[in-house]
Write a protein that binds this ligand. Sequence first.
Ligand code: NAP
Length: 303
Amino acid sequence: MKVALVGIGKIAVDQHVPAIAASPDWELAATVSRSGTVDGVQAFTDFATMLAQRPDIPVVSLCLPPQPRFPYAEAALKAGRHVMLEKPPGQTLAEVHALQALAHANGVSLFATWHSRMAHGVVGAKAWLAGRTVTRAHITWREDVYKWHPGQNWVFEPGGMGVFDPGINALSILTEILPAPVHLTAATLTFPENCQTPIAAALSFSGNVTADFDWRQTGPQTWDIEVDTDAGKLALRMGGNVLEVDGKAVAGENTIMGEYPALYARMAALVANGQCDVDLAPMVHVADAMTLGKRLYTDPFHF
Ligand code: NAP
């Protein structure tokens, strides 16, 4: 199937382009970007022009930040194209509900991707937890914002979600693996005094579940989820890619490079079967944290 990639930025170059190139299902047929291109692929700078000139491309994958993404998704769905959304799927929940309705009305597939759910250890973690009772869980999601979002000022603008941009990856795993849902009960959000979104967040959920997100970590990142149950302890490390049970690695691979190939395989199946996959549970937790969170202020932040 032919796919057009829109927004040739960090994630498109790091993950989408190699995943498409390695897939038997997909051909990268066009790009749309104000400045980025991919060697050997027709490049457009205007989305409407691409949609008009390339009716042979049935699928559009949107790699833009969440703030400018909605009008692109809306135009693509109205033009009868299947759409893949980077995470988080929108700036707001209502925006994504509107896209779901449009996909339904136009009879096309909409996939709100959560790449971390495709991490190597997630399926095994979900299976291991099924039937057990969770007594405690803790997420530690700390990384260096300079490394993972170099110069990306949009993350600190309204709708950019700040530290929830990576933190929502942890929440996408949590909401997938827990045998029973939890809800946010309290949050403390730390904002640089010159920014619109938090650089750190501490969250508490029902069921003795807590999370610590921080973008001020230097050195290697920590992307861990630890879960205690009535019958043993589980940990997911490396963003969900390594599964440990009772302190021993039992499954997975210490790499994030399997996630996007799995997303594109899933999109191929959704299109083939005429289905949508839109789960907003991770984003509900972020919206609740922004609603309920106590706000602290810290030093100004500059890239
Ligand atoms: P990015 O490097 O800033 O790239 C975004 C792309 O979108 C660029 O091509 C950019 O501009 C285009 N763009 C930015 N603002 C735009 C606007 N107002 N109108 C039209 N186009 C605009 O961002 P990214 O890191 O790739 O992140 C994009 C999405 O991927 C986010 O939702 C993020 O959460 C997700 N993601 C990122 C990572 C990561 O490690 N960075 C990992 C997983 C998922 P040009 O048109 O100038 O090319």
